[in-house]
Design a protein around this ligand. Structure first.
Ligand code: ADP
Ligand code: MG
Length: 228
């Protein structure tokens, strides 16, 4: 299997607003290696979220292509895309996006339920991941009974549930204080090594981006290499 897990070729996304066309992404070409940890920085409006949404198959490009694990995703059916998102990708958001009525354990087990994993197996795996993330004492707590940092760890555990090959994280520390931000950055770095999962992390915070092994800078929908 190729060492490149994600490749974009001349990826563009235009938005029409009134009679104006905004090039949110402008012919962006990028390669991410298997197991790589890439940090993407750049000013607000530079196209970071647009890029992650395209990589996560939440949006479609105006032109250009995305090759995921050797497959051009434009050739996949909706069903195949859903399957890819469920089993090959994990998502982490600034606002956690946990199910408020589910416990931590249920939140982490849920993607495994959708993937058809038997109950005992998914509960056991959810428990294991939560334990590894230091949340064994919190598995029966609901999001409102947890701190922001704990909720983000539950969300990270959920992202790992189906053993994805990549995690896409959009400003995952945007709602956290500086100490928790540091913990979560360290955790992502550890998980990148331990699970050999690639991470694409969008952040405003240079200290968070430092956890990544490669940093990219976005400006006006294009990429430049970070100077260090
Ligand atoms: P970032 O995440 O770097 O802050 P975004 O990817 O959200 O940037 O946005 C890039 C550009 O595309 C911005 O100019 C933004 O206003 C525009 N944009 C993003 N999404 C839409 C949309 N759904 N409709 C119109 N314009 C959009
Ligand atoms: Mg954004």
């Amino acid at each position: 299997m190729s060492d490149i897990i994600i490749e974009t070729r001349d990826l563009s996304r235009a938005f029409r607003v009134g009679d104006q066309e905004i090039m949110a992404l402008d012919s962006l070409s990028l390669q991410i290696a298997r197991g790589e940890f890439v940090g993407i920085m750049g000013p607000s409006g530079s196209g970071k979220t647009t890029l992650l949404n395209l990589l996560g198959c939440l949006d479609q490009p105006s032109s250009g292509s995305i090759v995921f694990e050797g497959q051009d995703i434009s050739g996949l059916s909706e069903r195949e895309i859903d399957d890819l998102r469920l089993k090959r990708m994990g998502f982490i958001f600034q606002t956690f996006n946990l199910m408020p009525t589910f416990t931590a354990l249920e939140n982490v087990a849920f993607p495994m339920e959708i993937a058809g994993i038997p109950r005992d197996e998914r509960v056991e795996r959810a428990r294991q991941i939560l334990k590894q993330l230091g949340l064994i004492e919190r598995i029966h707590h609901k999001p409102r009974e947890l701190s922001a940092g704990e909720n983000q760890r539950v969300a990270i555990a959920r992202a790992l549930a189906n053993n994805p090959s990549v995690i896409l994280a959009d400003e995952p520390t945007g709602n956290l204080d500086s100490r928790t931000t540091e913990e979560i950055s360290q955790l992502l770095s550890d998980l990148n090594t331990e699970y050999r999962v690639a991470i694409i992390l969008v952040t405003h915070d240079a200290s968070v981006a430092r956890a990544a092994s490669r940093r990219l800078w976005m400006i006006d929908g294009s990429l430049g290499q970070d100077s260090d």
